[in-house]
Design a protein around this ligand. Structure first.
Ligand SMILES: *Cc1c(COP(=O)(O)O)cnc(C)c1O
Length: 246
C-alpha cells in the first residue's frame, strides 16, 4: 500500500468514527482510534506515523517491544506515540509490557495485575489499564466471565472482588472495561454485548465510588461504529486501516 492509500484509508476511518459519534450525540474527539499494527512491519508503523497516526496497538508483547524499540530508534523518544498492549498477557511476559506499553487493554487475571504492579514499580512507570470482560460467555474469549452478571450474584461478587483488589494499586490505574464482540453474529447481538459492557461499568462505578471507570475499549474493523454508538471511547482497528493480515 502506498502512503497516499494509507492516508485515504485513515481519513475514511476517521470519517466513519465521526459519523458514528454524531449519530450518538457524541464528540468525535472523545474517541481514540488505536491503529492495530500486529503482524505488519515497522515500516508500516512509520508510514502510519507519517500520515498522522499516533496510537498503536499490538496484541503480542514481544512484537510490541520490538516495534517500540525500532520506532523509537527511528523517530526518537519524543514522537508522541502511545503504545497499547491490546492482547491478553501470560504471566511470564508481563515484564515486556511493564517496560514497553503505555496502556494495557486486556487485564484478565489478578495474578497478572500483581506482577505488573511489581514490575512497573521497579521501572518507575505507570500503566493505565482496562479490565477485559467476557460478556458473551464464549469459552474462546478471555476476560472475566460476566456473561450473566445482572442475574447471577456469584458473578457480581466475583467481579466486585476483582475491582476492589485493583482499586488504588500504585502504578496500575484501572481506567475502564474492554470487551470483544462475538464473531459472525447478528448486529443486535453485537450491540447487546457493547451495551452490557457499558451498563456493567456504570454498575461498578455505582457500587465502588472510588473507581474511575470512564473508558470503554470496544469495537474493531467489523463493529467499531456500533461500539461508538454504544459508548466506546477506544476503538481498536487493524484491517480497515492496513488491509487483511495474511
Ligand atoms: C487484532 C485485534 C484487533 C483489530 O482487529 P481488526 O479486525 O483488524 O480491526 C482489535 N483488538 C484485538 C484484541 C486484536 O487482537
Amino acid at each position: 500500500m502506498t502512503t497516499n492509500q494509507l492516508a485515504e484509508r485513515y481519513t475514511a476511518v476517521l470519517e466513519r468514527i465521526a459519523a458514528a459519534a454524531r449519530r450518538a450525540g457524541r464528540q468525535p474527539e472523545d474517541i481514540t482510534l488505536v491503529a492495530v499494527t500486529k503482524t505488519w512491519p515497522v515500516e508500516t508503523v512509520l508510514a502510519a506515523y507519517e500520515v498522522g497516526m499516533r496510537q498503536f496497538g499490538e496484541n503480542r508483547p514481544e512484537e510490541l517491544a520490538e516495534k517500540h524499540t525500532a520506532v523509537e530508534a527511528a523517530l526518537g523518544p519524543d514522537s508522541g506515540i502511545v503504545w497499547h498492549q491490546i492482547g491478553t498477557l501470560q504471566s511470564r511476559k508481563t515484564g515486556l509490557t511493564a517496560v514497553h506499553a503505555d496502556v494495557f487493554h486486556a487485564l484478565d487475571r489478578l495474578k497478572i495485575a500483581n506482577r505488573l504492579v511489581r514490575e512497573l514499580h521497579e521501572n518507575g512507570r505507570s500503566l493505565p489499564t482496562f479490565l477485559e470482560v467476557n460478556i458473551s460467555g464464549e469459552a474462546s474469549k478471555s476476560g472475566f466471565d460476566v456473561s450473566n452478571w445482572e442475574e447471577d450474584a456469584t458473578q457480581q461478587a466475583k467481579i466486585r472482588t476483582v475491582v476492589r483488589e485493583l482499586v488504588g494499586r500504585p502504578g496500575l490505574p484501572l481506567v475502564g472495561l474492554m470487551t470483544m464482540a462475538p464473531w459472525q453474529v447478528a448486529e443486535d447481538e453485537i450491540r447487546a454485548v457493547f451495551r452490557q459492557t457499558r451498563r456493567l461499568a456504570a454498575w461498578l462505578k455505582e457500587i465502588e465510588p472510588d473507581l474511575k471507570l470512564t473508558e470503554l475499549s470496544m469495537g474493531m474493523t467489523d463493529d467499531f461504529e456500533i461500539a461508538i454508538e454504544e459508548g466506546a471511547t477506544h476503538v481498536r482497528v487493524g484491517r480497515a486501516l492496513f488491509g487483511s493480515r495474511t
